[in-house]
Design a protein around this ligand. Structure first.
Ligand code: HEC
Ligand code: HEC
Length: 92
């Protein structure tokens, strides 16, 4: 073995690196399946709530069911929480 002819052979470090990469991928896949955002309930209240302001009367900071701390500030609720099937607002 001389330094003038560098050749690459998978060694223990490479195997370890590959192992870590695979572990990270597996954890990401498992993690993402747990992160499915809750659907908006398909009940009278939620079918009839057709504006973000209405949602926030209950889900705002002082509402009966506030959004969790650190919740996204986006007003497009249905982008993440699936819209109720029989929602009465304007088309999708
Ligand atoms: C009159 C009060 C009220 C209004 C208005 C309202 N909600 Fe809710 N919402 C609740 C309550 C209470 C719950 C929890 C109990 C349940 O599952 O019905 C809930 C549950 C939810 C959930 C499920 C998460 C959980 O805690 O189980 C989502 C998502 C949600 N609401 C989104 C919305 C969106 C989006 C709007 C506007 C289109 C909206 N809500 C309007 C009272 C309200
Ligand atoms: C960028 C994505 C996103 C948007 C937009 C969004 N949410 Fe959420 N929301 C989440 C996530 C993620 C959670 C946390 C856990 C879960 O519900 O699975 C959450 C949680 C909640 C909860 C609590 C659920 C519980 O378990 O008690 C409520 C209530 C809620 N959101 C209401 C709303 C309302 C109302 C809007 C519109 C103003 C909205 N969300 C917009 C992503 C979003």
């Amino acid at each position: 073995m001389s330094n003038t002819k560098p050749s690459w052979k998978p060694g223990k470090k490479d195997a370890l690196f590959l192992g870590v990469v695979l572990l990270v991928i597996v954890l990401l896949v498992l993690g993402s399946s747990e992160r499915t955002t809750k659907a908006t309930p398909n009940d009278d209240v939620h079918r009839a709530a057709t504006s973000h302001e209405t949602c926030m009367t209950c889900h705002g900071k002082d509402g009966v069911r506030p959004q969790p701390v650190g919740h996204a500030s986006s007003v497009q609720c249905f982008q993440c929480h699936t819209q109720p099937k029989d929602w009465q607002g304007a088309g999708k």
